[in-house]
Design a protein around this ligand. Structure first.
Ligand code: FMN
Length: 192
C-alpha cells in the first residue's frame, strides 16, 4: 500500500513531524513525505492514504501574509530559527484550492503552541473540513503536535507523531477486514 504525506513547514517543525509520521507508517506502507510544492509532481494517483499537515497561523491554516511574517521572523538572528528548505513554496490553503474530487482515506495534522485548541486554534481541523468537502474519507481525528513559544518542537513530539503514524497504519487494514471492503474503504458503524 502507498501513503503520501504532504506538508507545509516554515521553521521545519511540521516537516520533522511529517518525517516521524512516515516512520510510523513505514512498516505497512510505501511512504513518501513531500512539501506542498512537490505535491503536484508526486501525485496522489494510486495512494491508499493521504496525510496532510501544516503549521497553525492565526488559529487556522497559513495565508500568504502569515507565511511572509514567518519568513521575516526566521531571518531575525535573535530567534534562532532556520527557514525550512521548502518554506517558499505554496501553503496548504493554496494546495487545497487546487485539489480535485477524490475518495481516498486521509488524516490531517498540524503543529501549534500547546494549550486548548479553542484558544490556540488548529489548522488540522480546517484541513480536514476542506478535504471532506473534496470527497475524501477521514480515518482519524485531526491531531496537533506542539511547539514551544520559541517555535521549536516540544520534547517527545516526534515520538508521539511516530506513534500516531503507527496507529494510522493499523487503522485502515483492520477496518477493511471488518467491513470486507478493499483498501481505501474504511468501515462505518452502520456497516459493522
Ligand atoms: C504568523 C504566525 C502566526 C501563528 N499563529 C499561531 C496561532 O494562532 N496558534 C498557535 O497555536 N500557534 C501559532 N503560531 C505558531 C506556529 O503554529 C508554529 O510556528 C508552527 O507550528 C511551527 O511549524 P513550522 O516549523 O512547520 O512552521 C503562529 C506562528 C506564526 C509565524
Amino acid at each position: 500500500m502507498r501513503a503520501v504525506i504532504i506538508y507545509e513547514s516554515m521553521f521545519g517543525n511540521t516537516h520533522a513531524i511529517a518525517d516521524a509520521i512516515a516512520k510510523g507508517l513505514e512498516p505497512l506502507y510505501n511512504v513518501v513525505a513531500v512539501p506542498m510544492g512537490e505535491a503536484g509532481r508526486e501525485g496522489l494517483g494510486d495512494a491508499d492514504l493521504l496525510v496532510v499537515g501544516g503549521p497553525t497561523h492565526f488559529h487556522g491554516m497559513s495565508r500568504p501574509r502569515t507565511r511572509k511574517w514567518a519568513a521575516a521572523t526566521a531571518q531575525e538572528p535573535k530567534n534562532d530559527l532556520v527557514l525550512d528548505r521548502d518554506a517558499q513554496g505554496p501553503g496548504v490553503r493554496d494546495w487545497l484550492r487546487s485539489l480535485g474530487h477524490d475518495h481516498k482515506n486521509f488524516a490531517a495534522f498540524d503543529t501549534r503552541f500547546k494549550g486548548p485548541a479553542v484558544l490556540r486554534g488548529r489548522a488540522s481541523r480546517q484541513i480536514s473540513r476542506r478535504l471532506r468537502r473534496h470527497g475524501f474519507e477521514m480515518i482519524a481525528k485531526p491531531e496537533s503536535f506542539f511547539v514551544t513559544l520559541e517555535n521549536h518542537l516540544e520534547p517527545g513530539e516526534e515520538a508521539r507523531a511516530q506513534e500516531w503514524g503507527t496507529r494510522l497504519a493499523a487503522r485502515v487494514p483492520s477496518d477493511d477486514v471488518t467491513d470486507g471492503g478493499g483498501p481505501g474503504r474504511p468501515a462505518t458503524s452502520k456497516e459493522t
